[in-house]
Write a protein that binds this ligand. Structure first.
Ligand code: SF4
Length: 623
């Protein structure tokens, strides 16, 4: 077994309450996928048949770390979850978290976990330590929110960060709500692809892990230390991490997003919203860094002013979580925004999914499609905090109108006969910034099959110097975006979701791709180059494509953005301009650069062969 890995995967058959461990695949497979999403997707494609859905007993819920997780690289905290997406019928579910869970999993001696089956008789939770792994009754936890569950289990086992971590679903996961998350360590979550719904259907309430802090087995620890120090010296130098470090997002009052025209407003239909988040920096904001992270984007906020004075919330540091139940539903007050976000985090639902579903409902109400009879007397309007609180609760418990909205924006809008009001990507909620003001990133969303994920791109938050983009691209120009999306998404999928880094540890970092490759070499003992790493990214994205094509994805699913995303934005650099006339050409160019058929979007046989994926050819091409 190569160094950098523990070599063991925890296998848990929930239906039969059987627990065992298996070995990681052979070294050649590890080198091909590194870990995380690549390894998990490879397992998923090996194990399941095309007709398998997220609510089948043999649909696995997989968690993998990467070879850099729990090392001295900065922000080496990634744990990626892989399954089948509950928000649509054809994409793999991909989501990742940070915090302390993945690190503790490695300290406990495992590279990953594969859960199969379903807890039949009663809900359970899984306890993982270095000495034992047990399934235990979660009857007393069922119904509790994600924070209550985390606190109860941490206290029960006497755990404190960093030497312990709990991940849990809340009522939304239990109730199979679309967009349900799995949440951990208060500030973190597997937010996308409805992972919480898959775990909820399995009736696994939580996982507790505790390991003792220890150095990872590395091929060349001294060399790794030098690389880690060099990396730490540049990680905040002009990178995207600098924009989020030390809880900078709330301290900035979202001014950067406003300047870039990326702030969503009233379900992507509003005018500029300058009053949003004003006063946010006047609250008590304390960074909550993940294990070993010098960036510290996550934060604790105590609201000191306004109607929610006294509220304490624990958001992660990206801003899209705030927009979903803030500007996107017309909420400007920072305290109210955090109160609504706190509800979503406690119920375990992704706020963008919730905010876009609420947007559909408000528009349906404005048009008289929904009336007070349908809303239990609620008057639906953007910006009404009390109504929003009631709606969020209804969604988590699928009560009344909440049952319809729990299906997500696309399904709810289709049922209401208002498809044009839904903002989504292939049925999943889009990660919530207004990408109409960033055509590269919007292209990345359109062609992405990971669902609801921020794609690569160099036109919004940052450049990507280590893969050929020292400067940002114009956000409202189609030229060059396809090539940049190819380069940056291959880098990010590899460095973050396969190698085990947080995005902020690699995004826009000078020499980032070289540092990741050098670190993998020092960890594993392989002579691993940046080119080999980028090929891992290309391989995994193409494999993800095959997975989706086999399940019915067509190029039309890429072209047909939700109608709202074709409407010209009312502010920002792309004001008055739509990507519509350019998108199909951009997508065809992207296909060609990837070695996918320009018309059908299928990876050519030669592309599959080049990426050592020739065995997948029969899944999409007739013999
Ligand atoms: S940058 Fe943020 S999410 Fe990433 S490891 Fe650091 S604190 Fe965690």
């Amino acid at each position: 077994m190569a160094k950098g890995y523990l070599g063991r995967v925890l296998n848990v058959d929930l239906s039969n309450r059987k627990i065992g461990a298996s070995e990681l695949p052979e070294e050649a497979v590890l080198r091909k996928f590194n870990g995380g999403y690549g390894l998990g997707l490879n397992y998923l494609m090996d194990q399941i048949k095309p007709g398998t859905g997220p609510f089948d007993r043999n649909c696995p819920l997989i968690f993998f770390t990467g070879p850099l997780t729990a090392t001295a690289a900065p922000a080496a905290t990634n744990l990626t979850a892989i399954s089948i997406n509950g928000d649509n019928e054809f994409t793999a579910a991909r989501s990742h978290t940070h915090g302390f869970f993945g690190v503790n999993l490695k300290w406990a001696g495992y590279d990953g976990i594969i859960l199969t089956g379903r807890c039949e008789e009663e809900p359970l939770y899984l306890l993982i330590t270095e000495d034992k792994v047990e399934l235990k009754s979660a009857k007393h936890l069922w119904g509790k929110d994600t924070y209550e569950t985390q606190d109860l289990l941490m206290n029960q086992y006497g755990l404190k960060k960093p030497g312990g971590s709990v991940l849990a679903i809340g009522p939304a996961g239990e109730n199979l709500v679309g967009g349900a998350m799995i949440c951990n360590d208060r500030n973190h979550s597997f937010s996308h692809s409805a992972m919480g719904m898959v775990m909820g259907w399995k009736r696994l309430k939580a996982m507790v892990v505790s390991g003792k802090s220890k150095p990872m087995p590395l091929a060349d620890p001294e060399k790794f230390k030098r690389i880690g120090e060099k990396w730490r010296s540049v990680v905040l130098d002009g990178s995207v991490a600098a924009v989020v470090a030390g809880g900078a997002i709330p301290k900035s009052e979202m001014q950067g997003l406003k300047d870039m025209g990326l702030l969503t407003h009233n379900n992507f239909s509003g005018e500029p919203f300058p009053e949003y988040a004003i006063g946010m920096s006047k609250n008590d904001i304390k960074p909550q860094p993940c294990w070993g992270c010098p960036i510290g984007c996550a934060y604790r906020i105590e609201i000191l002013h306004g109607p929610e004075k006294g509220l304490v919330a624990y958001p992660c540091g990206g801003a899209e979580n705030m927009e979903g139940v803030g500007s996107n539903i017309g909420i400007a007050d920072p305290g109210t925004n955090h109160a609504l976000l706190d509800m979503c985090d406690r119920y375990g639902m992704e706020s963008g999914h919730v905010g876009c579903s609420i947007g559909v409902a408000v528009e349906a109400y404005q048009r008289g499609i929904l009336t007070k009879k349908d809303t239990d007397g609620l008057e639906l309007e953007f910006g009404n905090a009390e109504t929003m609180k009631k709606l969020i609760r209804k969604i988590a418990y699928r009560e009344g109108l909440g049952d319809l909205l729990s299906k997500g924006p696309k399904r709810a809008a289709d049922i209401l006969g208002l498809p044009g009001s839904a903002v989504h990507i292939k049925g999943s909620s889009m990660n919530n910034h207004d990408w109409r003001s960033g055509w590269g990133t919007l292209l990345g969303q359109a062609v992405g099959t990971g669902s609801g994920w921020l794609s690569g791109g160099c036109d919004t938050f940052g450049n990507e110097p280590s893969v050929g983009y020292p400067e940002k691209l114009p956000p409202d120009d189609w030229r060059g975006q396809a090539a940049s999306i190819k380069a940056t998404s291959e880098y990010k999928i590899w460095a973050a979701d396969c190698a085990g880094m947080c995005w902020f540890g690699v995004w826009g970092v000078k020499g980032g791709a070289d540092l990741v490759a050098e670190a993998i070499s020092a960890a594993t003992g392989w002579d691993f180059s940046k080119q080999e790493g980028l090929k891992v990214g290309a391989r995994v994205i193409t494999m993800e494509r095959v997975f989706a094509l086999e399940r019915g994805l067509t190029p039309e699913d890429d072209y047909k953005l939700s109608e709202r995303l074709f409407e010209p934005p009312k502010y920002g650099p792309a004001k008055g301009k739509s990507i519509r006339p350019h998108l199909e050409g951009m997508i065809r160019e992207y296909y060609e650069l990837k070695g996918w058929d320009r018309k059908t979007g299928k990876p050519w046989r030669s592309t599959l062969d080049d990426l050592d994926l020739g065995h997948l050819s029969k899944k999409i091409w007739a013999e």
